[in-house]
Design a protein around this ligand. Sequence first.
Ligand code: HSE
Length: 431
Amino acid sequence: MGKLRVGIAGLGTVGGGLLKLFADPAARLNEKLELVAVSARNRSRDRGVDIGRYRWFDDPVELAAQPDVDVVVELIGGSDGPAKRTVETALQRGAHVVSANKALIAVHGVALAELSEAKGGKLLFEAAVGGGVPMVKALKESVAGCCASAVAGILNGTCNYILTEMESSGRSFEDVLADAQRLGYAEADPIMDVGGFDAAHKLTILSAIAFGARPDFEHVRIEGIERVSLIDIRMAGKLGFRIKLLAKGASTENGVEMHVRPALLAFDHPLANIGGSLNALVVDAEPAGQLTFIGRGAGAGPTAASVAADLIDLAEGRAGFAFGRPLAQLTSAPRATPVERGRYYLRLMVADRPGVVAAISDRLAHESISIESFLQMPAPEGPAVPIVLTTQTCPREAVEAAVAAMQALDVVVEPPYVMPVEVSGARWGRG
Ligand code: HSE
C-alpha cells in the first residue's frame, strides 16, 4: 500500500512544528505518510522549512476537497468558520481528519463524529487536549477496560503559568500574561485561556471519552482566573494551599458534571505541584485506581508530536471511533441541578474596625457553616484589609447565602470571593 497523503490546513505554531517533523527524514512519520499540500493565511512567512515542494492552497476548504489528500490536518483553530468548513469538507468525502482544535471538537464533536461514522473517514484529535500528553488516547485505549468515575486536570498552560509565576515572583497578573503570550502558550484571544474556556473545551472532550457520554460543552460551569489576586495566592499559601485552575468532570447520578474554576489545592494534592506551563490529568478509574498524566500541554513540538501520533495511528490502521465508542453507544443522560457540597475559601475586603470579625462569623453561623481556618493580615496600603477563611464541609448554597448576607454589611467593601478547597484526588465534591 502507498503512503497516506497528508494536507495541512494552518501553519501557525503547531503547523510549523509538524512541518519540521515532515522535513526530518528520520521521523517515523515519514515511513508511512507523505505531506503533499499545505494551506495558511500567509504564504511567504519564514517557517524555517521550505514549503515550496508542497501544493499550496490559499483556501483550506479547497485543500480539504482535493481527492488525492487522504488525511486533512486541521490546525486553524476556532469552533466555527474556516476550521469547521475544512473539517466538514474532508469528512464529507470520506477523508480522515486529524485536528488540534479543542473548540471545534467540544462544540461540534457530535455532528462531526456522525459525519465520520456515516462516510468512513476517521476523526482524531489527540493534540486538542494536553499538547504532548497522551490524554485522549489514554482514556480511549488504556483506561477502556475500567469504569472512570472522575477526571480532574490542569488543562490550560497559560493559566497555570500565570498562577505559578504570580506565586513565585509576586508579579501582577497582566505582567505574567504578557510573558505567556510571548512564550507561545496563550490562545490568539487570551480570554479563552484566562476566562477558563480553553480548559472547558478540553474538559468536555475528556469527560465525553472518560464517561462514554456525548460531548456537552454547554453544560460546563466555567469561571476564569481573573479574580484571583496576589492576596489570595499568599493567604492560601499560608493556609497550606496552592491556587490552580482546576477542570473537573464526574459521572454522577445526574449525568456528567463538569466544572472549570480556580480552586485551592492542599500542597499534597496530586495536582498542586504541577507548575509553569505543564498540564496534568488525574483519572479515578476502577479497578485500575488513580492514574496521573503529566507533561507539556502547549507549544509547537509537544502538540505536533500528538498530531504525528494520530497520523501514525491512521497509517497503521489503529484509529477507532472519535470518542472511543460509536455515537449510538454514548449516553446523554438527563440532568438535574447538582447539589454541591465541599469546603470553601472566602476572601473578604473589610474596613478595619472593631466587631467586623464577629459580624462575619455571625453570618456564617446563621447558615450553620463552621470555620476551619481564619487569617487576617495587615494591609498598610489601603483603608480595607483582607480577611480570608476556609470552611468545613457544607453546601455551596449555604456559602452563597452567607456571602450575600455579608455583602449587605457596610464594612464589607467589595464582593467576597469564593473558591472551593480540594484536599484529595479527583473525586467529585469530596470534602
Ligand atoms: N492556550 C492553551 C494553553 C494552548 O495555554 O494551554 C494549548 O491548547
